[in-house]
Design a protein around this ligand. Structure first.
Ligand SMILES: [Cu+2]
Length: 347
């Protein structure tokens, strides 16, 4: 069974490489990638990644016209601490896992460039927020090459992005995922009520680069991260500890909005905040999908939402997936609510 599966993976990898080399060429890269692909099944870093820890490259995002945004991202190999002292040599966008938050406006055209800094294997970008031709716009960018693609973002909401290179599961599980917010033209009906906004992303970690575990196992960790919506907000990686040790902070009486996205790759999220009820929920972040009074919001793998709730009393509110086996594996973030709206514990 196992051998069959490995053969399948090798064929899939080879096929994707063959498809890719029509676009950007490079016989050497093709050979390297094929070698690298053969390692997908054994929990080890690819030979070319072993001594690599590429410094995170900041996201480049620039508005070049009223309805045009230029975005440049990197595919790179960077060490991420996923649990205390446990380093994962992740396949990343810009050296973060999840990748950096992207925010554009409904109706924007995205002029997107992916710079592949990975010396060994191709990577690509699949934005769930756009209409595109997957076979032309989400194509592989070969090692040390760049690819530029243009597409409109006409649907408002909270969307996933991820690397779409085969085997897609390996690229997502190794860290190549993130969130893009397309801000609705006319906003949300509750915009004026909201006092604080945060971003949260849920993702899973498995045994290192182990296709068998990715496909047949259960996650070792399920984690949350937060990303900066505005200057001064934090960017954290998906790990088991940061959002417990340094909580998100709100003030008693605040209406809090969270842009939440479950990037998986495999599990659903039963998103819940202990001690409150979601007054307003916009499924996938679309203002038309307005629900009221939910206790838990179901997020499929790749699903997003905007959730809003009021914190009426001071204290620590646990933000969890109510699949408590996953909460136990890390998926708990703390929202600390104080009288002042500042963290009073000395953080
Ligand atoms: Cu990739």
């Amino acid at each position: 069974m196992k051998r069959k599966f490995y053969t399948f993976v090798s064929i899939a990898v080879a096929a994707s490489l063959l498809a890719a080399c029509g676009n950007t060429g490079g016989k050497e890269a093709e050979k390297e990638s094929a070698k690298a692909g053969a390692h997908h099944t054994n929990s080890e870093a690819l030979a070319a990644h072993k001594d690599l820890n590429q410094k995170p490259v900041p996201l480049k995002m620039e508005r070049i016209g009223p309805h045009d945004v230029k975005i440049e991202m990197t595919a790179q190999i960077t060490d991420i601490e996923i649990d205390k002292g446990k380093i994962y040599k992740a396949w990343t966008f810009n050296g973060q896992v999840p990748g950096p938050l992207i925010v554009v406006n409904e109706g924007d055209t995205i002029h997107f460039t992916l710079k592949n800094m990975d010396p060994a294997i191709p990577h690509s970008m699949d934005f769930h927020a756009v209409h595109a031709s997957p076979s032309k716009d989400f194509v592989d960018v070969m090692p040390n090459k760049s690819g530029t693609f243009t597409y409109p973002a006409n649907n408002p909401g909270v969307f996933m992005y991820h690397c779409g290179t085969k085997p897609v599961l390996a690229h997502i599980a190794n860290g190549m995922h993130g969130m893009i917010i397309v801000k609705p033209k006319n906003g949300y009906p509750t915009d004026n009520e909201v006092d604080r906004e945060f971003v949260l992303i849920q993702n899973e970690w498995y045994k290192y680069n182990d296709m068998d575990d990715f496909q047949n196992g259960v996650p070792s960790y399920v984690v949350f991260s937060t990303k900066a919506l505005k200057t001064g907000d934090r960017n954290t990686n998906g790990d088991t500890f940061t959002l417990k040790e340094e909580p998100l902070v709100a003030k008693v009486g605040d209406k809090v909005r969270i842009y939440i996205e479950n990037v998986g790759p495999n599990e659903v999220s039963s998103f819940h905040v202990v001690g409150t009820v979601f007054d307003d929920v916009y499924i996938d972040g679309n203002p038309n999908n307005h629900l009221k009074g939910l206790q838990t919001v179901m997020l499929p793998a790749s699903g997003g939402a905007v959730v809003e709730f009021t914190v009426t009393r001071p204290g620590n509110y646990s933000i969890v997936t109510h699949q408590f086996n996953h909460a136990q594996k890390g998926a708990v973030a703390i929202l600390k609510v104080t009288e002042t709206g500042e963290d009073d514990s000395g953080h």
